[in-house]
Structure formats: structure tokens, C-alpha cells
Design a protein around this ligand. Structure first.
Ligand code: FE
Ligand code: FE
Length: 309
């Protein structure tokens, strides 16, 4: 018996794609930086967005300077595909060798752009024991960070940025077909991290196709258009946007809210605005997170430039 395909699956296949997973493009961080630079103009959080733009450009420089990533061995890739396990396991795997070199390089590149409070922290980076940085990095990868310490809170975005570079680099050794498929998970099929947001792309067939975007490695995995990514509920999903006097303030971004688990995940749509970038447009719409938070929905997306105490 033939399996029936959903309209989105048909659109994905009509686009000539053989995998429901998409790898990030090689200039990912540069594009984030450019978009953040544009969004910073006249924005209430302009200084923060400009700093974030500088950090993205530093990430791209660092990524471009790394040697070719080593491909995981075939046995591991096969096992992961068979059992639906992420081959670049972030919560359960080891920290990449010399990850702190990437941290120090990013810190040196952005220190001139950083807000004064962060500059003080960056000046003391070499005094912080390596083991403490490793512990903090591991807790960020497991999404278990407890940032009651102001120093750790200040450093967390730079550590997050470093880990993004290293996981995107590792992901560059894979083909989309290497990544497990067949289950619409709430975690990244390549690295096991939480999604940052969902992103609607325009497929070659002209239909919108929705993906969840990984907060760490930037892999995208196909998800059904109207369905809570956290709990898979499909009933009663609603959308909130930022409204001004003359209509939508940020027309490419809505918060999808689920009445079952009270999660809110942004849906960022190229159909509404072809220039959107999931990472940049997520950071530029924190006001929307506050709005839905007041309505009783917690932010389910994880953005590694954003940490709360
Ligand atoms: Fe990932
Ligand atoms: Fe839900």
C-alpha cells in the first residue's frame, strides 16, 4: 500500500530535495550579522543588536579559519540513522578539543564592540580557570545552565557563540542524507539541541515549507505547519504578532502558542518577508516574547546569545 503524503511533504519533494533536513549555508554567520545590522537601525535595542552583529561576523571569521572538519565514521552514522540518534550529540558528547581557543578568538575580536560591563569581564577571561569554563560550556550544551553568577551570565553568550561555530563546523562534514529522518522530533536530529525558532521557506514549487532551526548547529528539520514543536499538539494553536498603530510591526515574525503545554515558539516566515533570518529576527523581536509571556506562554525557543539569570 502506498503511503499518503501531506501537502508539505509533496512540496518538499517537488522542490527536488531528498531529505527533510537542511544543512546551513557556508556564510550563515555573515548573513546573520548583516541582517542584525539592518534590524539595529532605529531599534530600541540597537546597541545590543549591533554587538550581536559584530559577534556573528567574528563567528564567520573563526569558522572560515578552521581546517576541514573530520567526518564521523560510517558505523556511527549508520547506527545513528537506524536508531534516530543525533550523530553530533551535544548534550551527551564531549567538548570539542581546544574549544577555548575559539572562545578567546571571539572575545579578542569583539572586545572593542562589547558593552562596558562585558569588556571588564573579557579583560579577566585569562584568569578564569579552564575547568570552570568547561563546566559552564557543558551546562549550556545540556541546557542546564544556572546563571546566578554575574560573571558566568556575562560570558554565556560568548561561550554559546563559540559552541555554535564548532558545531556548525562539525555539521559541515555531513550531507543532509547522513542525518536521521522519519521522526518529527522536538530536538535537532543532527546534534540533539533545542530549536531556536521555526522558519518557513519558500520551496521551488512555491509552497511554504516549515522547518525547526537548531539553536546550536543551525541544522533545520522539517516540521508540520500547524503543530506545537514542543509537545506535538495540533489543537487550538494560535499566533501573536507585534502590532503598531499602522498594523504589523515585524511582519515576518509571529509567536505560535500552544494551549496544551503553554509553550511559545516563533514562526519566522520568508513568505511574509523574504529578507528574514531566523536567528537575527528572533533576537530583534524580544518584545514579542514579553507579550506572550504576559499572556501565560513560556518561550520554548533557545537563542544562545540570550541568557536569563
Ligand atoms: Fe543541531
Ligand atoms: Fe505544546
Amino acid at each position: 500500500m502506498q503511503n499518503l503524503l501531506s501537502p508539505e511533504e509533496i512540496a518538499t519533494q517537488a522542490g527536488g530535495e531528498t531529505s527533510p533536513n537542511r544543512l546551513p549555508e557556508s556564510r550563515l554567520f555573515a548573513h546573520r550579522g548583516q541582517r542584525l545590522g539592518t534590524l539595529a537601525e532605529g531599534h530600541a535595542m540597537g546597541d545590543f543588536l549591533r554587538f550581536a552583529a559584530g559577534l556573528c561576523h567574528a563567528q564567520q571569521q573563526r569558522l572560515d579559519s578552521l581546517p576541514l572538519a573530520r567526518r564521523p565514521d560510517l558505523a556511527l552514522l549508520t547506527r545513528c540513522r537506524q536508531h534516530g540518534m543525533p550523530p553530533l550529540d551535544a548534550p551527551g558528547g564531549d567538548l570539542p578539543d581546544a574549544w577555548q581557543d575559539t572562545l578567546r578568538t571571539l572575545a579578542a575580536t569583539v572586545s572593542g564592540l562589547a558593552p562596558a560591563s562585558l569588556q571588564d569581564t573579557l579583560a579577566t577571561l585569562s584568569d578564569i580557570p579552564a575547568q570552570r569554563l568547561d563546566t559552564l560550556a557543558r551546562s549550556i550544551l545540556r541546557a542546564e545552565e544556572d546563571l546566578s553568577d554575574p560573571l558566568e551570565l556575562a560570558l554565556a553568550p560568548l561561550i554559546g557563540a563559540s559552541l555554535q561555530v564548532l558545531w556548525t563546523h562539525r555539521l559541515s562534514s555531513l550531507q543532509a542524507e547522513d542525518i536521521p529522518t522519519g521522526f518529527e522530533g522536538s530536538l535537532c536530529p543532527a546534534c540533539g539541541s533545542h530549536p531556536m525558532a521555526s522558519f518557513v521557506r519558500i520551496g521551488d514549487a512555491g509552497h511554504g515549507v516549515r522547518y525547526a532551526t537548531c539553536s546550536l548547529c543551525a541544522c533545520e528539520w522539517h516540521v508540520t505547519r500547524i503543530k506545537c514543536v514542543s509537545c506535538h499538539n495540533t489543537r487550538g494553536i494560535t499566533y501573536e504578532g507585534l502590532q503598531g498603530e499602522s498594523g504589523d510591526l515585524h511582519k515576518g515574525v509571529k509567536a505560535e502558542t500552544c494551549p496544551e503545554c503553554h509553550a511559545s515558539l516563533k514562526i519566522i516566515s520568508m513568505e511574509k518577508d523574504p529578507l528574514v533570518d531566523a536567528f537575527a529576527d528572533d533576537l530583534a523581536t524580544l518584545a514579542l516574547d514579553m507579550l506572550v509571556d504576559e499572556a501565560g506562554f513560556h518561550r520554548a525557543g533557545r537563542n544562545l546569545f540570550l541568557f536569563m539569570p
